[in-house]
Design a protein around this ligand. Sequence first.
Ligand SMILES: [Fe+2]
Ligand SMILES: [Fe+2]
Length: 495
Amino acid sequence: MTTQVPDSRTGAAPAPTGPLSRIDYSEKIPNNVNLAEDRRLQRALEGWQPKFLDWWKTLGPQLPTKDVYLRTAIAVGRDGWAHFDHVPMEDYRWGIFLAENDPDKTITFGKHKGEPVWTEVPGEHRADLMRLIVIQGDTEPASVAQQRVLGETAPSIYDMRNLFQVNVEEGRHLWAMVYLLHAYFGREGRDEAEQLLKRNSGDLDAPRILGAFNEETTDWLQFFMFTYFTDRDGKYQLGTLKESAFDPLARTCEFMLKEEAHHMFVGTTGVQRTVQRTAEVTAEKGSPAGFDDGVIPLEVIQKYLNFQFSVSMDLFGSEQSTNAGNYYSSGLKGRWQETRRKDDHVLLDDVRTMTVVDGGELQEKEVPMLSALNLDLRDEYVADCANGVRRWNQELEDRGLAERLVLPHEGFNRKVGAYAQHHLSPEGHVLTDAEWDAAKDGWLPSEDDRRAVAALMVPEYEYGKFAGWISPPQSGINDQPVEFDYVHLAEEGLV
Ligand SMILES: [Fe+2]
Ligand SMILES: [Fe+2]
């Protein structure tokens, strides 16, 4: 059984770390956590399941489909964990899968370094752990709701399938967090699990917790930018939680990361194919191609990139954060690739530099490392983001074009942290309010840009055909051809 072409940064699924544990599909909630032996927990989750399904029907994908060629997790702990088949989306087997247990595992950082990992929640960290889980959990259903209308304008059946794959897996990630809340946080956890279905993206009274998850996903270019930049933020957050001393959380996040690789693949290749098409038409006509040519102009792609990168940067929180330092020292949240870092993993005496705006200029200042762990994670993220941009630029270079896409400065369009009170250009120049107001429509998608992109978003539902603004992918999903019948629309079932 093969899996997706992995994201180039994530690589293939990790090597086996333990015995293969098959998921028991005879149970109502597929799981590898011995749910059958915990009747109380099982009943709590079975009580939550119909509410989840109601939520899925109301805020999940809006386009009626008969079935979709989806990947379902069937095992953990080694490559070959997924099974592909056509399934009606409402029958998707959302389940609870943890990476394999390692009974000898110890904490790798902070003041408890070297002690055995926790299999229960320590009372003193209960509130913080629950908060971390709720924040992570809140993003999962948010993105499904944000993307719910996109099926109606899918540029191909192949792309539509990828959208729905991302959607069902974000649904499963919600399950993963709800399991932790139900299993380890009692009545409070159950209340929080209910709230995860009640908050709604963009809702004025009950919005999602984090800003980027209240932005509308207006069109497919934004969806691709979202899966590239915002799912990648998710990858880095999960990467810190996978180091957690609270082992059930660590193992849950480790497994989620496998699924996330495909989401970022959708983003990387989606933007790449969009750039490719624009570059092809530009090369053919010998001058910059745009909306009149049926493609998205490069400067608008750059604006979408600027927007999604900057709102995703905000998700890392303030550069300096006492909470982040406390989470680290107490073992709740590690660093990206904690075990590969060549330092003492306690960081009490370490320092680093950060950039601040001072007197209208960018200045470097030295800060304690422990206070700057959000920045540490964000730096890793930015380096990773740059890889995709290089790949997109290759499309331009291959066609002999001089233009290039770039990541904006870290201080551009920020609402959170050291830059929040300042305006910076994409090149990193500090601007006055008036300068910003005069220039911002050249840097961020304007209403007109979004309208023009939306006008190109005509659905293409014929197998193997693609809308004119995007190139076909190089290969299909799971070794199927590009023209495979990845989605059967509901109408087909009725004819
Ligand atoms: Fe997710
Ligand atoms: Fe994702």
